[in-house]
Design a protein around this ligand. Structure first.
Ligand SMILES: Nc1ncnc2c1ncn2[C@@H]1O[C@H](COP(=O)(O)OP(=O)(O)OP(=O)(O)O)[C@@H](O)[C@H]1O
Length: 367
């Protein structure tokens, strides 16, 4: 039976340093895949290990399927083996001296099921991960990607109520990683399992997650669908981490509903979407994705003169460095033909719904 996961106000303080987890709350509904995304050291692995029972939280509560498995306040700490979890880690946790089938059947050995039933479950798990033909091969004769499929089959063969995955693709080469990434979502959705997945790779998060939680410094900054995270980032860090690599700075002059007029200095004004509560007179920072900058375009509201500083072909796209207001911004155009010459004076259009304005509190992730 697949189950919901509830994490409430989770805290973890190790012996030294700032809290590794600092008041994190989220829920994973039954059958959903939630991805925790963030840079190294943000606390995502510690969160997953607390859910697994491998780490003892300092405070907060964790429930799986409505049963509290961890609550320091109430003196509850259910050991990992009693939480009915499956786990897949970065390293291929397979037994090298066994065949694929022996590896996958292993977790069923101590369960009270018949041999026929166990064989049926193993066949089903191998079929799901696409390894039916490899059942009797020694596991050491497989590629890294196949070994990770074995580890996955072994974690889902007993249909635990929750599956935990910690960077399971990071030891694979680029091609295998992409293939298994795409397959993984299909496999997880076929099993209908609830899954918590940890990664620092935003592309992985988008492909796999029904929802993504972005973490930084032990805090959960935003939890939302990939569309929400990508198109309405809650703050500058989320915007920057998910690819809005350009920043403009200005002062909010006036606001009208969700949009506002921003003064960039020297009489240059443009419109921006206000993603935080902002008042006229406030200094604002605007995050902008390279792909949302239109070079050589003269339509829309925010049209400004600019100059092409540099360009790099990247196969199916071209990345330009452009000078705008004396700043160096990155712009990206799809297509195999580079249309703009280095040194060209041109115009750029910045769609107002793609100019995300935030307050100026705290350090900027762009500096
Ligand atoms: N056993 C430990 N003892 C002391 N500090 C720890 C321990 N484990 C983790 N930390 C610290 O807790 C913080 C969060 O670490 P965590 O491994 O959860 O981050 P992460 O986002 O998963 O990073 P990575 O992707 O590098 O694993 C870091 O500052 C780390 O140094």
């Amino acid at each position: 039976m697949t189950a919901t996961l509830d994490v409430t106000d989770l805290r973890k303080q190790f012996a030294i340093g700032r809290p590794a987890i600092d008041g994190v709350s989220f829920a994973v509904p039954a059958g959903e895949i939630v991805v925790l995304l963030g840079p190294s050291g943000c606390g995502k692995t510690t969160t997953l290990r607390c859910v697994a029972g491998l780490e003892h939280p300092t405070d907060g509560e964790i429930s799986i399927g409505g049963r509290v498995v961890s609550s320091p306040m109430r003196g509850i700490l259910v050991p990992p083996r009693s939480r009915d979890l499956g786990m897949v880690f970065q390293s291929y946790a397979v037994w090298p001296h066994m065949t694929v089938r022996q590896n996958v059947v292993y977790p069923l050995k101590h369960r009270k099921i018949t041999r026929t039933e166990a064989n049926r479950k193993v066949e089903e798990a191998l079929e799901l991960v696409g390894l039916s033909e490899y059942a009797d091969r020694p596991v050491v004769a497989l590629s890294g990607g196949q070994m990770q499929r074995v580890a996955l089959a072994r974690s889902i063969v007993y249909r635990p109520q929750l599956l935990l995955l910690d960077e399971p693709l990071s030891n694979l080469d680029a091609k295998l990683r992409l293939r298994l990434r795409d397959d993984l979502r299909v496999i997880l959705k076929q099993t209908g399992m609830t899954a918590l997945y940890v990664t620092h790779d935003q592309a992985e998060a988008v492909v796999l997650g029904d929802r993504i939680g972005v973490m930084r410094n032990g805090k959960l900054l935003q939890m939302g669908t990939p569309d929400e995270i990508y198109n309405r980032p809650a703050d500058l860090f989320v915007a920057n981490f998910t690819g809005a690599t350009n920043e403009l700075v200005g002062t909010l002059v006036s606001r009208s509903g969700e949009f506002g007029v921003v003064d960039f200095g020297d009489g240059r004004r443009g419109e921006a979407a206000l993603l935080q509560s902002l008042s006229p007179g406030e200094k604002v920072r605007i995050a902008l994705r390279p792909e949302n900058i239109g070079i050589g375009k003269q339509d829309g509201a925010n049209i400004f003169p600019a100059r092409v500083l540099d360009r790099r072909y990247q196969g199916t796209q071209t990345v330009y460095a452009i000078d705008l207001f004396g700043l160096r911004l990155e712009a990206l155009e799809l297509g195999t033909a580079a249309r703009h010459q280095v040194g060209a004076e041109t115009q750029v259009s910045l769609p107002r719904e793609a100019c995300w304005a935030y307050g100026d509190s705290g350090p900027s992730p762009y500096e």
